[in-house]
Structure formats: C-alpha cells, structure tokens
Design a protein around this ligand. Structure first.
Ligand SMILES: NC(=O)c1ccc[n+]([C@@H]2O[C@H](COP(=O)([O-])OP(=O)(O)OC[C@H]3O[C@@H](n4cnc5c(N)ncnc54)[C@H](O)[C@@H]3O)[C@@H](O)[C@H]2O)c1
Length: 388
C-alpha cells in the first residue's frame, strides 16, 4: 500500500515523513511548486521542526516524493490523508475553498477500495457532508461502500510534531464501521496510540472541544490577571499558590493566536447562532471576546508606562517584540501582536516591530516599521508580557 498526504505544511509535512519512516512509500501533494521543489531537493521548509531535516534527507527521493500533480499522486496511492488549512473570514465564518479544491483533486483520482482520511480541524458534520459529497461527485463512487472515509484530527504543535505523531494519543472515527476500521488498521502502523471512536462526528467534536477548552481556560487566566493587576497582586505568585490537583490556572498573555485555538470556537458559535441557540455557546463566545480584548488592556498598560519616561508621548519609540503567534514558530496567522501594534498606532504612538525569526524586509512587507529593541525607549515582549 502507498499513502498520499495532501498539504505539505507545518502539520502535513512532518506527518508525511513519520509515515515514510515507518516503511510506507509516500507521495506528498501540494499546490506550492517552490515548496515541492525544495522538499524534493532534500531541503527543510520548516527549520523550527526538530528532526524533520534528518527525515527529509533520509527519505526524500526514495520513500517520499513530493508533487504538484495531485490527480496522478492520488491515482498511484491507495490511502489518502488530507491536511490543508481551514481559515475563518472577517465575519468568523469558515472558508472552505482550500478544503474543497483539495478534495476535488482527491475525488478525481479516487479508485474503488481506497481509504480517505481528513485531518484538518473542521466544523461538526464536514466529513460526512461537504467532503463526502465532493468525493462522491468527482469519483462516481459511493462512500462507505466503494471507498472508505474517516476523520482523524491532528494534535500536533509546531516544534513538537514528530514526537507528537509518534507518541501522542490519536483518535479516528469512520462514517461507518468499516471506514473506521480500515483507517485504524493503517494508522496503527505509524502512530503508537490510536483508538477508534463511535463515528466521524464524535472525532470532529473531540478536536473542537479541545480547542474551546484551551481558549476558555486562557480567557480565565487573562481575566484573573487583570483582577490581580488591579489589586496589585503578583499573578504568578497567585497562580503558583493556587496550583493543586483541583486547580491549574494557565498563563496569561496578550490573547490567543495561530490557525487553531482562536478559530475552532467559531465552528460551534456559528452553528448554534444560526439555530438561535445562543445559550449553548455563551462561554465559548465570552472566552473569545476576553482573549481578543487583551490587546486593549496591554495597549493601555504600555501607554501608562511610556508616560512615566518623562518625554512627550509622541516622541517615545516603542518596540513590540515578537510578531509570531507563538515563540519559536515563524507564523503570524491570527497573531495578536500585529493588532496590538495597530491599536497603539491608532492611539498616536510611534511603534516599531521586531522578531528574531523575521528579517527587516519581511517585517516591512507586513507594513510595519522595523527597529532593533536596543534603539527604542520602551520594549514590550509579547511572549513575556508580564515583564512590562
Ligand atoms: N501548525 C500547527 O502547529 C498546527 C497545530 C494543530 C493543528 N493544525 C492544523 O493543521 C491544518 C493545516 O495547517 P498547517 O499548519 O499545516 O498549514 P500551513 O499553512 O503550514 O500549510 C498548508 C499547506 O497546504 C497547501 N495547500 C493549500 N491548498 C492546497 C490544495 N488545494 N492542495 C494541496 N495542498 C494545498 C499549502 O500550499 C501549504 O503548503 C490546519 O487546519 C490546522 O488546524 C496545525
């Protein structure tokens, strides 16, 4: 059996090489020609992922081949994993265009007996709805009978992806019993702790729930942080003091960024708002609001501190350090640092940006002013906001 992985990004590329490392032949499919060429030339497009370069050097060109020819890639493999991003638009509604185009390609190359597994985090009902419909339409085959369809959410974290795939528990749910079992049989060969859940819908909900859990717990930490700040109490001391088997308060910060946590609560919020069941999503919605509004709190704190420097506020150079959504990951998707900069600019402050992972040119391309932190009067580190 040969395996295809569609989407060679931060999640898909490490997975493709973990599979190759377990002995399978893998075809990696991506629409980005430069990325495909880079990987086929044994280069690593995700340097922040430990262990990935070694796997690329070992398997690229033999057990692993990357291609932009998706249809042929699917035709020449029997087990297909899709792991492309799903973004939300300005109104927080999911934009399915990437997912749709990826599955149109998979559907065009699909054969009788093939197994398809979606790993992207999606709203409940997507696998057995949108995905099934596209695959059946493009292939003229019947899901659950002619080909098998399952959902298995990735649970990686950039920087730890390879160990996560190898060691972290993973779940699978099929659109019917045989789909789940077929997917499980193969995943068991490259993941160590895989278990089957009742169906694909349960697996979709498990992954979204994990995101909502993190989001509301971070919101709680952020709210407690503001309260501690008001009382003049050291938040970290409070957090440590409150740590015991029944209480573990997370770290506070400037909000939540990245492709995942700030996105997933909206899958549920949209669903239940459209059904007019607003009381089903009050906590998830409040969590989102608290986390997003943390930049207002920090903008006020930064200006308060700047005013104490003894210069007119518009002459003070402020540096916002850390642009990516998480330290050590070169990714600005849904980062809160850039909205913080925009907020400060709107308040008439002279703001500069710095991130050790981005060059001056890359920062300026984001329409931001670059400066070394040493050349600024006040530095705010987004990865360590408590140091302000
Ligand atoms: N990066 C993480 O730490 C992380 C963590 C948890 C979950 N995830 C999830 O993984 C999923 C993928 O995210 P990512 O971080 O890998 O994204 P990414 O932006 O790093 O990569 C996505 C890749 O998909 C490719 N692509 C886009 N459209 C395509 C198409 N039609 N056919 C083939 N390839 C296509 C892009 O060229 C790109 O290489 C997301 O849904 C996210 O929820 C990511």
């Amino acid at each position: 059996m040969k395996i295809s992985v569609t989407g060679l990004g931060k999640a898909g590329l490490p997975l493709a090489f973990v599979i190759a490392d377990s002995g399978f032949e893998v075809i990696g499919i991506d629409i980005d020609e430069k990325r495909v060429e880079l990987i086929n030339n044994k280069k690593n497009p995700i340097p922040e992922e430990p262990g990935l370069l070694e796997l690329i050097k070992k398997y690229s060109g033999n057990k692993f081949i990357a291609t932009t020819d998706g249809i042929n890639g699917i035709k020449n493999t029997q087990f297909h994993i899709v792991i492309v991003p799903l973004f939300i638009d300005k109104n927080n509604k999911p934009d399915f265009s990437i997912l749709r185009s990826a599955f149109e390609t998979v559907g065009k190359g699909l054969k009788k007996g093939d197994v398809v597994v979606l790993e992207t985090t999606v709203p409940v009902g997507t696998t057995n709805g949108l995905v099934r419909n596209i695959l059946e339409k493009e292939s003229n085959l019947k899901a659950g009978e002619d080909f098998y369809l399952a959902y298995s959410p990735e649970r990686i974290m950039t920087g730890y992806s390879i160990s996560r795939y190898k060691e972290f528990p993973k779940i699978i749910g099929g659109i019917n019993k045989i789909s789940g079992e077929k997917a499980l049989e193969v995943y068991n060969k490259f993941c160590s702790k895989v278990s089957l859940v009742s169906n694909e819908k349960t697996a979709e909900m498990i992954k979204i729930s994990e995101g909502v859990y993190r989001d509301v717990n971070i919101a709680l930490a952020n709210e407690l942080f503001k309260q501690c700040d008001y009382f003049g109490i050291d938040f970290e001391e409070m957090r440590e003091g409150a740590k015991h088997p029944f209480c573990n308060i997370l770290k506070a910060g400037i909000g939540v960024g990245g492709h995942c946590i700030p996105v997933y609560p909206w899958f549920l919020i949209n669903e239940f708002e459209s059904l007019n069941k607003r009381d089903f999503i009050e906590l998830s919605k409040t969590g989102r609001k608290i986390n997003d509004k943390m930049i207002d709190f920090w903008a006020e704190k930064i200006i308060e501190k700047a005013k104490k420097l003894g210069k007119p506020i518009n002459e003070i150079k402020i540096c916002i350090k850390g642009l990516s959504y998480r330290k050590g990951v070169k990714e600005t998707a849904y980062t809160r640092s850039i909205p913080l900069i925009r907020k400060l600019e709107s308040l008439g402050v002279d703001v500069y940006a710095y991130d050790e992972l981005y060059s001056k040119e890359e920062i300026e391309k984001m329409n931001l002013k670059y400066s070394n932190p040493e050349e600024c009067d006040l530095v705010f580190d987004c990865f360590n906001s408590l140091s302000l």
